[in-house]
Structure formats: C-alpha cells, structure tokens
Design a protein around this ligand. Structure first.
Ligand code: NAD
Length: 495
C-alpha cells in the first residue's frame, strides 16, 4: 500500500553527487566534469552524475574483463551465485519505496506504476534468473557409440548494456539478470536522464555480495560512453534498449570494431485492434486508454494505434476518451496520478510537433494535444487522441513515444490485419474480440513479438519480449534471454 506522507518525506531528501560505479568504487569522471540531473517533475536540478569519458568507459571494460578472466564470479559454485543474486533481489525489495521514489524524481513515471514496474519487477526478474542458475544444463548429443558429444553453455565474457530512460530498473534487470546469472561481467550505461535508480541498484548488488568489478556502471552521454562501448574491441556482446536510430549506430559500430553480437530492443507502433463483437467494450476502453497513456505513453509496447471496427468507432472512441479524461495527469509522486511527467523537455516538444503534423496531414484532434502544468516548470502533456488517421500519416508510421493515440477505422478482419502490419515495426499488438477463432487467427497474422488478447500490457518475466522487423532482434525475459549471454561449446570426444 502506497502511503503519501512517506513519499512526501522521501521526495525531500537531498541526493548527493554521484560517480560511476567501477570496480566496486564510486569514481569521478576522468575529465572532472559532471552532468546536471534535471527532474522532469519541476525542471529543478536534483544532483549531478559523472559525465563519463571514453577513458572512463575503457577502464570499466578493462575491470570487467579482469573480473571475468580471474573467475571471481563465473567460477563460484552455482548455489553461491544464486544466493548472492537472490539477496540482491531481497535488498531491492526491502528498499522498494525509496528506490522507486528516487527513480521517479529522475524520470517522471507515476509512482503507483514505478513501485510495481520498476522496483517490484526488477526484484522479481533478478530472482527469476537467480533461480535458473542451477537449473540450466548442458547437453549430451545422440552420437555414434564410439564418440561422446558434449555441449557446454559458457558465459560470453564482457557484456555492455545500454539502457533507456523509461523503466530503467526493469529494463536494466532484464539485461543484468540473465547476463550475470550466466556468469558474465557487465558494463552498464544508463540513460543520461535516468541514472540514479540504476546506480543505487549497483550499490545494492555489492552489498549483496556480487564481487567488485563484475558489474560496472558508467554514466554519461550516449555519444561518448555509448560510442566507446559500441566501438570497443573488448566487449563481447552488446545489449541495447532504445530508439531505432541508436540501434542502427550500434550495428554500424559493431561492424567497424570487433563484430560483437548486438541485440536490439527498439521502438514500436503497436496496433490495438478492437472488433465490434468485443464482450466488454467499457473494459476494452479502460485498458486501451491505460495501454497508451500510462507513463505518458513512454512505453515501448504502448498501443499507440487504435484500429477499431467502423460500426462501433464513434461509441468506442467516446468511451476511450472519457477514460483518458479521467486519468489524472501531473505530479508523478502523487499516488492518485495515472500519467506522470514526460521525461525531458525535448521529448515533450517532439510530442507536440507530432500532434501538429498529424493535424496538417488530415487527422482530427479529438481530445488533448496540449502541454499541461507549465507553471510547475515540469514537462506534462494531455492524453491526446487523433482520429481519421490514414495508414500513410506520420503519426501512424512513426513512434511518438508520448501520450498520443492515432485512431483508424476498419471494415473487416482482412483490413484490420493489413493495417496492423503496415509499419516497419513489429513489437506488440492487441486484439479485442469474443470470437476465439478470430483471436487465434489475429495472433498468427500480426507480425509482432507479442499479441495481447482481450487485455493490453502486463506480461510477466516468464514470457519473452522482443521485436521483429525494425523493432529489434533477440529477446529479454524468460529462459530464452539466456541465449544472448551464453555461448555453446562442443566437446567431441573419441571413447
Ligand atoms: P535512445 O536511443 O535515445 O537512448 C537509449 C540509450 O542509448 C541511452 O542510454 C543513450 O544514452 C544511448 N545512446 C544514445 N546515442 C548513442 C550512441 N550514439 N551510441 C551508443 N549509445 C547511445 O532512446 P531513449 O529515447 O532513451 O528511449 C526511448 C526509445 O527506447 C523508444 O524508441 C522506445 O520505444 C525504446 N524502448 C524499447 C523497448 C523494448 O523493449 N523494445 C523498451 C523501452 C524503450
């Protein structure tokens, strides 16, 4: 149960200047420079983080490499590694409110979501992968009797993880859980605008007993720290969540350097398809509104395109608009807020520009569209609905990553499928229908990594998340996530 007075006390706490976390120590940037951490709640400067340099990054990679080579982590008995990672999850859970408030002050996600989706989900994810450590076996191949073919699963070495601003703890844990459980060392780079909760998570890992040097965190600009990681000759695997533009640069950097494997979780333009036979249209409207407007639309799988059967279009859009209007937008540390702050000023500007472009291309502004609460100094935007969106409109093709819903009517299932698959993305989607066969046909027909049926959002760590097309490659979550962090080695033995 969230208690407002506790949150109000925590939000007043001073946050000391933060260094990188390298070799178990907090260290300043080699340049001596720092980066102001702006709170999207009111535009104030919360604290500073180290402005990482290429030298800092190379030092962290070297430390991670040394930790991997000397086996201080990977050679510990599985039960010992499992104990440490489970203790880490316990420590995060014990501090869930403190760390969630810290994260919200930094990135603007509403606290009722952050407590579950950040602290809660990070702890659950780490525990899931900790539990798996002593349950992953190698293989014995079915060879001719005079041979023995053994398949070993080995950690890849040094993993670089680059994380975005939305849900940094959750997405961080999606990478750290399987990477560390597999025995690797990691250098993690948080987003410039969401570093604080990840730095705290790193400290808690040390407290739990993770040996120094196994997890290193370097803060700073993508163009400096991210670039140094992606062009490094000594990083074995790069895992990334963020925009397509950055993903493309990482692939180029890999090709220019050591051809490190690069796994990308990118953006989406996910279609939420509502058929007229949906049993509970009111529930569909409520969940669909939450599916685009929670966290101000800064959700990779957000249902940002609503495809709705023409016969219920007007009724359904009106119902959804009503639900959206009832979602409180504002201070993310108010426990009644349902849509917090946009993470930064330039993202807010970009959201507003998308609305203007949508209108200039023929979309109709049905509701919202404006900046809110300017007087706070923070970055807030109305939940925005644009109807009459055609397939080729910018707002139907490009990810906004903001609280903007594009609505298009369709006449039959074939048209719904064609519209749903009409972007370069393929991250997520949704189908609302009472017809079981249609639900299964739609799941098969939609080219995405996940399809929600009669719900939207919320799959847990047991199932994979990954995109197709320009939404990326590889999967976070579930045991399949280990594939990114383990190599197969064959031992071929003549008996
Ligand atoms: P972004 O690509 O701008 O930044 C992501 C990270 O990459 C940050 O840490 C940033 O510093 C770093 N970076 C930037 N330039 C870099 C460079 N040249 N080299 C290396 N690193 C660099 O993305 P963002 O704006 O922080 O996050 C929003 C995006 O993330 C959206 O597109 C969203 O859909 C996507 N996202 C995807 C998922 C998923 O699971 N598929 C989840 C959450 C967010």
């Amino acid at each position: 149960m969230l208690e407002q007075p506790k949150i109000d006390a925590l939000r007043q706490q001073q946050i000391s200047a933060r260094g990188h976390l390298i070799d178990g120590q907090s260290v300043a940037s080699s340049s001596g420079k720092t980066h102001d951490v702006i709170s999207p709640i009111d535009g104030s400067v919360l604290t500073t983080t180290a402005a990482g340099t290429a030298d800092d990054t190379h030092r962290a990679i070297a430390v991670a490499r040394a930790a991997f080579e000397d086996g201080r982590w990977r050679n510990q008995p599985p039960a010992a590694r499992k104990r440490i990672m489970s203790r880490w999850a316990d420590l995060i859970e014990a501090e869930a409110l403190e760390i969630a408030v810290l994260g919200v002050r930094n990135n603007g996600t509403e606290i009722d979501m952050a407590i579950k989706a950040e602290a809660g989900s990070a702890a659950a994810t780490l525990r899931y992968f900790a539990e798996a450590i002593d349950k992953i076996f190698g293989e014995i191949a079915p060879t001719a009797p005079e041979f023995l073919g053994l398949v070993h699963h080995e950690p890849v070495g040094v993993v670089a993880a680059i994380i975005p601003w939305n849900f940094p703890m959750m997405i961080g844990a999606w990478k750290l859980g399987p990477a560390l459980a597999a025995g690797n060392s990691v250098v993690l780079k948080p987003s410039e605008t969401a570093s604080l909760s990840l730095l705290r998570m790193g400290e808690l890992a040390l407290e739990a007993g993770l040996p120094p040097g196994v997890l290193n965190i370097v803060t700073g600009a993508g163009s400096v720290v991210g670039e140094a990681l992606s062009t490094s000759m000594d990083v074995d695997v790069m895992v990334f969540t963020g925009s397509g533009a950055t993903g493309r640069r990482l692939l180029e950097a890999s090709a220019r350097s050591n051809m490190k494997r690069c796994y990308l979780e990118l953006g989406g333009k996910s279609a939420n398809v509502v058929f007229a036979d949906t049993k509970d249209l009111d529930e569909a409207a409520k969940v669909s509104a939450a599916g685009i407007f929670r966290n101000s639309g800064q959700v990779c799988v957000a249902g940002s395109r609503l495809l709705v059967e023409r016969s219920i279009h007007d009724e359904f859009v009106a119902a959804l608009a009503k639900k959206a209007a009832s979602m409180k937008v504002g201070d993310p540390l108010d426990i009644t807020t349902k849509s917090g702050a946009v993470n930064n000023a330039s993202q807010l500007q970009q959201n507003l520009e998308f609305v203007a472009t949508a209108q200039s291309e023929g979309g109709k502004l049905y509701q919202g569209g404006k900046q809110l609460l300017k007087e706070t100094g923070g970055y807030y935007m109305e939940p925005t609905i644009i109807t009459d969106v055609a397939e080729n409109h910018t707002v139907a093709q490009q990810e906004v990553f903001g609280p903007v819903l594009a609505v298009t009517a369709f006449d039959d299932e074939a048209e719904a499928i064609s519209l749903a698959n009409s972007t370069v993305y393929g991250l997520a989607g949704g189908v609302w229908t009472a017809d079981l066969s249609r639900a299964h046909r739609m799941v098969r027909a939609m080219r995405t990594g996940v399809v929600h049926v009669n719900t939207y959002g919320g799959p847990d760590v047991t199932v994979p998340l990954g995109g197709v097309g320009q939404s990326g490659n590889g999967h976070d979550k579930s045991l399949h996530a280990f594939d990114k962090y383990m190599d197969l080695k064959t031992a071929w033995i003549k008996l």
